[in-house]
Ligand binder design. Structure first.
Ligand SMILES: Nc1nc2c(ncn2[C@@H]2O[C@H](COP(=O)(O)OP(=O)(O)OP(=O)(O)O)[C@@H](O)[C@H]2O)c(=O)[nH]1
Ligand SMILES: [Zn+2]
Length: 225
């Protein structure tokens, strides 16, 4: 590795990528993943995407195509893969449970827009998350933000599901968390096996959700499943 890159990586104030997650759940990132600035990443990706388009035989002087390499690069860095950067990790603040609410809270139909790490095409679907409040409750939007943060990375659905569950367990300070994701994979729909009707369901249950079949059934009933 180039010395200047490793020095910059070492200076990143967030430490090793995903160090707050169990090693088997971390997205595979190199130690120098954050050594380049956002603009340096965009410029580099645009250059490479320009090359891809050239190789496809496209005329990059065409008005409509000219801006595409930079458009794609910005989309990757600022939107599709913004969840790789720990600076975007949501700050999940807890509040004292003054309401004495002890039942399951479900946040359902959270939009999942992710990217298949095998083919770099979209994964689109819904996440449903639930937890049992103890002494603390969380601002509802933080549940959506946690889902979005981990979705905005190259992913497989199994890892995405477990990353969200582990983050919620840690930040909500309870094991009593459930995550269910139903999603369509464009790599299955638009190429290869070309199946437009199948979809993928994954679930992770912690604490009481893992032990209590009736609670899981109640979760699924609240989701209308
Ligand atoms: N487990 C898992 N597999 C996924 C996910 N997204 C895509 N895949 C699969 O990853 C596999 C990659 O397999 P390969 O055989 O290397 O790729 P491929 O030749 O493009 O496979 P086909 O899609 O069958 O044409 C495919 O079966 C994909 O359907 C995911 O989120 N989880
Ligand atoms: Zn794929």
């Amino acid at each position: 590795m180039d010395n200047s890159v490793s020095a910059a990586a070492a200076a990143h104030s967030f430490g090793p990528a995903d160090s707050h997650l169990s090693p088997d759940l971390r997205t595979p990132l190199r130690p120098d993943a954050f050594a380049l600035s956002e603009e340096e990443k965009i410029a580099g990706i645009a250059e490479h995407f320009h090359q891809i388009m050239q190789l496809l035989g496209l005329d990059l002087t065409d008005d409509s195509l000219q801006g595409t390499p930079r458009r794609v690069a910005k989309m990757y860095v600022q939107e599709w893969f913004r969840g790789l950067d720990p600076q975007h990790r949501p700050d999940v603040k807890l509040f004292e449970n003054r309401y004495g609410y002890q039942q399951m809270l479900v946040e359902k139909d959270i939009t999942v827009f992710s990217c298949c790490e095998h083919h770099f095409v979209p994964i689109m679907g819904k996440a449903h998350v639930a937890y049992l409040p103890g002494e603390h409750v969380v601002g509802l939007s933080k549940l959506n933000r946690v889902v979005q943060y981990y979705a905005r990375r190259p992913q497989v659905q199994e890892r995405l599901t477990r990353q969200i569950a582990e983050e919620l367990k840690n930040s909500l300070r309870t094991e009593n968390v459930a995550v269910l994701i139903e999603a369509d994979h464009l790599c299955v729909m638009s190429r290869g096996v070309n199946d437009t009707s199948s979809s993928t369901l994954t679930a992770e249950y912690g604490g009481v959700f893992k032990e209590d079949a009736a609670l899981r059934a109640e979760f699924l009933r609240l989701l209308g499943k």
